[in-house]
Design a protein around this ligand. Structure first.
Ligand SMILES: Cc1cc2nc3c(=O)[nH]c(=O)nc-3n(C[C@H](O)[C@H](O)[C@H](O)COP(=O)(O)O)c2cc1C
Length: 174
């Protein structure tokens, strides 16, 4: 698939078929994440791959909006390791780029995915830390739930909004 097709058709998919995601596809998702740009190429990311029912159920209690992992065949927990950071102020931007790469690769692989926010909310980050036995220097960024789409599909919803675009001069400039 052409990469821009994935950009335009990607949707948050929250219901999945009862079918595992193949090992090769899981690795491809992780490869896509690691191709992301990062500040000074610091690549602060680390990943936990969760496929066991008990873990996915536990993860579903991370936040009021993460319940769907209980019925997902796969979740990737995106972590940033403080010890790898040359520019600590940029870690969330690095991780967001990696997360978006996973979402786009998922479309390309015929999967559905959704980003479940953790950082910067300390209670969610600490929940993941506790669940996975992580020390304080490991920063849980987000969870991406994945699987083969059920009911929903990746398809274009055109969000282009010309009223938020300014050519040369911003309206209401101070
Ligand atoms: C930082 C961030 C946190 C999000 N957290 C959640 C979440 O906790 N649960 C969820 O179901 N969707 C979550 N989403 C997905 C958004 O709800 C979704 O991207 C948005 O509604 C637009 O829909 P679309 O992804 O289909 O284009 C999150 C997205 C981002 C970028």
């Amino acid at each position: 698939m052409e990469v821009m097709e994935a950009v335009f058709t990607r949707r948050s998919i929250r219901k999945y078929k009862d079918k595992p995601v193949e090992k090769e596809k899981t690795e491809r998702l992780l490869r896509a994440a690691m191709q992301a740009p990062s500040a000074a190429n610091q690549q602060p990311w680390e990943f936990i791959v969760l496929q066991e029912k008990a873990s996915l159920e536990k993860l579903s209690r991370m936040s009021p909006y993460s319940g769907l992992t209980a019925n997902a065949p796969l979740a990737l927990v995106l972590l940033a390791n403080e010890e790898k950071m040359k520019f600590p102020e940029n870690w969330q931007q690095d991780m967001a780029a990696a997360a978006e790469n996973i979402l786009l690769e998922a479309v390309d692989l015929g999967l559905g995915a959704v980003w479940l926010g953790a950082a910067p909310l300390e209670d969610r980050m600490n929940y993941v830390r506790k669940m996975c036995g992580l020390k304080e220097s490991i920063k849980p960024f987000c969870v991406i739930a994945l699987g083969y789409p059920e009911e929903q599909e990746n398809k274009l919803i055109d969000r282009y909004n010309p009223s938020v675009v300014y050519y040369e001069k911003y309206r209401g400039q101070a």
